[in-house]
Design a protein around this ligand. Structure first.
Ligand code: SAH
Ligand code: SF4
Ligand code: F3S
Length: 448
């Protein structure tokens, strides 16, 4: 054994999937995983640069590990992911405790770079690649129900506010075959849900196979595995893809389709490549092709030059679409992006006020949608005991809503059940099981 690795993951699901790749690579090289930082010889932070506060959190965490390093001078501390790529050598110069800096395309070199650090030098790997997809690497996954699979890497869209094209490089896709094989393995291990990941999953391309082909190939592997995917860019959401979702019962009727703003002027400044009219007609078309489809979105408040009228247009779009959920952010200027040069002219208190209005509106919409489900029946995948009480189980619908049902002896983690919804809040549905559709893997303990 070479040593114990402790790793923390920040940022998006792509980073969660990358952490599993990194652990796959390191375990193959004789490292073990520990969940206790005090037992580790190597501490890794897989980081995010998307907004200023994401980076601030990491700096805070590095401060915590400084004490540990004084106690244990041989400890190797490494920064992986988007911050490694964005800040590169500066990280090592500014933060003396950092020994290893490895960007998203150089994880194969990690064992070597950690050795370099053990030998007292700094291990740096920050080149981006046009081809690296880690197609042949088996990620390390603990047993469970839900798995993330990266199907493509990078982003070519260059939205003017976003660091991702700089931290993750150009778009490239994994092979369809390797993805299908990975799902076959997950099926044998009893997984029940797979989420295909990419910054723009629908730009996936492997030879002649596009994302719709990939989705249908994944869906037939095991009809008891639900297939989810994220994120979709409105520009690439093809009719073929919509029909593929409609035709396969185990592809979830749920599309994360970030709008960012409701104002065409702002959308243009953001380089989002669609108008709000095009976006809304896409939603309308999707609702025709996939009855009952639901949407979630990302929204930025306070983009440079955003006026009150622009903000109102965003609220209007939210009311029109009625998203099931939204991730809502204050604009954060990132050095090196195009919008950085536009200034950051919306005052902080206005950004905060607008964001608050956006959040409140979304809460109202979510509770309205959830209330409309009371009395209806939903198919739920049981995931385990509810977080709040051992007498209840928690699961999710196809449209990703959390449903709480009373614990019953015949219900197992991984079961699909039909639930009648009895009441709802903006975040959660509560109901009773009507019937078990597909039995799960193991019967849950009646007490924890
Ligand atoms: N590839 C995905 C998501 C990228 S990051 C997509 O295109 O939708 C997730 C979200 O973070 C973005 O959708 C955007 O809403 C937000 N985001 C990105 N850069 C930001 C910035 N500089 N300030 C605030 N929010 C940002
Ligand atoms: Fe960033 Fe835009 Fe690419 Fe999404 S599509 S990752 S927001 S540049
Ligand atoms: Fe963050 Fe990088 Fe993901 S910047 S959101 S971890 S792609």
């Amino acid at each position: 054994m070479k040593g114990n690795i402790y790793i923390e993951t920040y940022g998006c699901q792509m980073n969660v999937a990358d952490t599993e790749l990194v652990l796959g690579i390191l375990k193959n090289n004789g490292y073990e995983l520990t969940k206790n930082a005090h037992e580790a010889n190597v501490i890794l932070l897989n980081t995010c640069s998307i907004r200023e506060n994401a980076e601030q959190r990491i700096y805070g965490r590095l401060g915590n590990f400084k004490t540990l390093k004084t106690l244990k001078p041989d400890l190797v501390v490494g920064i992986l992911g988007c911050m490694a790529e964005r800040l590169r050598k500066d990280l090592i110069e500014e933060k003396k405790i950092v020994d290893v800096v490895v960007g998203p395309d150089e994880y194969r070199k990690l064992p070597e770079l950690i050795d370099t650090a053990f030998n007292g030098e700094k291990g740096i790997g920050i080149k981006l690649s046009r081809t690296e997809t880690y197609d042949d690497i088996i990620p390390y996954r603990e047993d469970g129900l839900q798995a993330w699979i990266s199907v493509m890497r990078g982003c070519d869209k260059f939205c003017t506010f976003c660091v991702v094209p700089f931290t993750r490089g150009r778009e490239r896709s994994r092979t369809l075959n390797s993805i299908v094989n990975e799902i076959k393995q997950l099926s044998l291990r009893g997984f029940k849900e797979v989420t295909l990941l990419g910054q723009n999953v629908n730009s996936y391309l492997d030879g002649n196979f596009d994302f719709a082909d990939l989705l249908s190939a994944c869906a037939v592997v095991d009809r008891n595995i639900r297939i989810r995917f994220t994120t979709s860019h409105p520009q690439d959401l093809s009719d073929k893809l919509l029909y593929t979702i409609a035709e396969n019962s185990n592809i979830c009727n749920y599309i994360h389709l970030p709008v960012q703003s409701g104002s065409n002027r702002i959308l243009q400044l953001m380089n989002r490549t669609y108008t709000i009219e095009q976006y809304l007609s896409l939603i309308e078309k999707a609702r025709k092709i996939i009855p009952g489809v639901s949407f979630s979105t990302d929204i930025i408040s306070g983009f440079p030059t955003e006026a009150y009228e622009d903000h109102v247009m965003t609220l209007d779009v939210m009311r029109l679409v009625k998203y099931d959920g939204a991730y809502m952010f204050k604009y954060s200027p990132r050095e090196g992006t195009k919008s950085f040069k536009m200034g950051d002219d919306v005052p902080e208190e206005i950004k905060t006020k607008r964001l608050q209005e956006i959040i409140e509106l979304q809460q109202n919409i979510s509770s309205e949608i959830n209330q409309s489900l009371v009395g209806k029946e939903e198919i739920v995948l049981i995931e385990g005991l509810s977080r709040k009480s051992e007498k209840f189980l928690s699961g999710r619908t196809d449209t990703n809503k959390i449903v709480i049902v009373p614990l019953e002896e015949n219900l197992a983690e991984g079961s699909y059940v039909k639930v009648k919804i009895e009441r709802a809040t903006s975040a959660t549905l509560f109901g009773n099981v009507v019937s078990v559709i597909e039995p799960g893997r193991e019967t849950l303990p009646l007490t924890a």
